[in-house]
Design a protein around this ligand. Structure first.
Ligand SMILES: [Zn+2]
Length: 145
């Protein structure tokens, strides 16, 4: 599931990541998202379905997306638009249709993809640890009072 989202980010499809966040975390309806991000309702439903399938449950999807998205949005895309439906891979220089951008990354730059996934997981862990410690700190200061 993280692979799916990170590949989207690397492929310069951050609007899809943002749309999924709006749906799963903010509860925005697919028809509103379609207008907001210039995607079809059908596409949005497809993304939602794929995410739900990958995580196995809506609740789990919501949690992962909530914590991972802020870090995924920081990923710098490796694909650059060079035409209507054409992108250029900044890693190897290949030009390819935007539809196959993620497949290209998964197939030819899997090491890069795993590095980014690893970085996102590490940042999420750190954040969870920090928020847990934050709770403990507030408990301590409560008991001091
Ligand atoms: Zn490439």
């Amino acid at each position: 599931m993280l692979e799916y989202l990170v590949a989207k980010a690397l492929a310069d499809k951050l609007d899809v990541v943002q749309a999924l966040y709006d749906y799963f975390v903010n509860g925005v309806s697919p028809s509103v998202l379609a207008v907001r991000y210039g995607l079809s309702k059908h596409q949005i439903r497809g993304y939602i379905q794929r995410i739900t399938e990958k995580t196995g449950s809506l609740t789990r999807a919501r949690i992962v997306i909530k914590y991972a998205t802020p870090f995924i949005l920081r990923v710098r895309p490796v694909m650059k638009r060079v035409g209507e439906n054409l992108v250029k891979c900044m890693v190897c220089g290949d030009e390819l249709p935007i539809q196959v951008a993620e497949d290209h990354i998964k197939k030819y730059h899997s090491t890069l993809l795993s590095e980014y996934i690893g970085a996102v997981i590490e940042l999420m862990r750190r954040e969870l640890r920090a928020s847990r410690e934050g709770i403990e700190h507030s408990k301590v200061s409560e008991s001091v009072k």
